[in-house]
Design a protein around this ligand. Structure first.
Ligand SMILES: Nc1ncnc2c1ncn2[C@@H]1O[C@H](COP(=O)(O)OP(=O)(O)O)[C@@H](O)[C@H]1O
Ligand SMILES: [Mg+2]
Length: 376
């Protein structure tokens, strides 16, 4: 049989968000599922402090050495004269064909790492700089969705300049007596508060402003159904079946603790049993959101559905949890696309998008490939 050249994939994982450990699990599952006859895989760990480790050190951590010890040794060795050394350390393994950055949350899902890979001139899995950045910002996401005619909950944007204009009283008259206060650029339910009076409101905004200078005060959907759809593709995206997250009735909402401290109480329902009519509405909303935000590769679109069955898009995750028990792949598994098939398709989509990008003219000529001279 003809011997095809293997695709060399750079799997970037970890990162300095609260989802560091989830990202490590995503990376392990992706690595295990990748067909080693088709792929060579190099690992790049971004430490909790945001240092980019080379493949040898990353592989040691992957194989079980304590991350903090390896990170300390590697950081001490970094070239102090090169300010980029902590940020991009391709080291001994520079000839990557395509990157798969599976870093959830801050500095992974928000366009920053996408910018780095774009400068490097390499294909990468997932959305580009703008789509990632817009989707990570709940204020911008809602503004774009509104323009695209996709229903999303009403809110006011609070900033250090405008916050004085609002009181719990004025907001509750406009949006209802229960409000969700949340930082615009965060995830994992960090800094999110459900508030029902003026005192809770002032505490919530004080806390939310610790995480971002943009804070949303949002109308609450009472006793919502939390539904999700996975989307895959570039210019012709496809949607999965609909799934549900069932949070215990004793919890006020889907909190950090039931995401990361004790997830045993939270149940996924894949696929969820809902009316054909609602499923169709949600599918359209998911694909409309994906296109409006200009997303590529993949995204998980999250919905809140009111008791009267009115659906709202609540947020868009461009690098959703990707462990083999995460919702994103489970929803596609229920739709007939296996975990390893998803990985193959994402890599093809990354190459397709890169191909498209590489034909775009910059000052009359395409950006030249940097293949040969990449080094740290
Ligand atoms: N407007 C809202 N009405 C009802 N519940 C909400 C609302 N906004 C957020 N929540 C609850 O808070 C959780 C986290 O909010 P979300 O906007 O998804 O932020 P994150 O990016 O941190 O996941 C949701 O899963 C849901 O349980
Ligand atoms: Mg969420």
């Amino acid at each position: 049989m003809e011997n095809h050249k293997k695709v060399h994939v750079g799997l970037i994982f970890g990162g300095n968000s609260s989802e560091h450990d989830v990202s490590k699990r995503s990376a392990h599952n992706i690595f295990d599922a990748m067909d080693k006859d088709k792929y060579d895989v190099s690992l790049f760990l971004v430490t909790k402090d945001g240092y980019f480790l080379g493949t040898k050190a990353s592989t040691r951590v992957f194989d079980g050495e304590p991350e903090d010890d390896v990170a300390r040794q590697e950081i001490a060795k970094l070239d102090k004269a090169n300010p980029l050394a902590p940020v991009l350390n391709l080291g001994e393994d520079a000839n990557i064909d395509v990157f798969f950055p599976i870093i959830h949350g801050n500095l992974g899902e928000d366009g920053t790492i996408q910018g780095l890979l774009r400068l490097l001139g390499k294909p990468y899995v997932g959305s580009g700089v703008l789509g990632s950045a817009m989707s990570f910002d709940k204020d911008i996401t809602k503004k774009i969705l509104k323009l695209a005619g996709v229903a999303t909950t009403r809110y006011e944007l609070l900033t250090p300049l405008t916050v004085e204009r609002y009181s719990y009283q004025s907001l509750s008259e406009e949006l209802g007596s229960t409000l969700f206060v949340k930082p615009a650029n965060q995830g994992s339910s960090v800094g999110i508060h459900k508030v029902e009076n003026a005192e809770e409101y002032s505490e919530a905004i004080r806390d939310a402003f610790r995480y971002d200078s943009k804070v949303l005060a949002e109308e609450a959907i009472e006793g919502p159904e939390e539904l999700e759809i996975s989307v895959l593709g570039n210019n012709h995206p496809i949607a999965s079946k609909v799934g549900a997250i069932k949070v215990p009735a004793t919890d006020a909402f889907y909190t950090y603790d039931n995401k990361f401290v004790d997830a045993s109480q939270v149940k996924f329902d894949v696929p969820v049993d809902i009316s054909e009519d609602l499923a169709q509405k949600l599918t359209k909303m998911a694909l409309d959101s994906y296109r409006a935000l200009g997303l590529k590769g993949m995204a998980r679109i999250d919905f809140l559905v009111s008791q009267a069955e009115t659906p709202y898009v609540s947020e868009v995750n461009t690098l959703p949890g990707f462990t083999n028990i995460s919702l994103y792949p489970q929803l596609f598994a229920a739709s007939g696309i296996s975990y390893s098939d998803l990985i193959d398709r994402l890599i093809l989509l990354a190459n397709e998008e890169h191909e498209r990008q590489s034909k775009i003219l910059y000052d009359f000529k395409p950006l030249p490939p940097k293949d040969q001279n990449v080094n740290n």
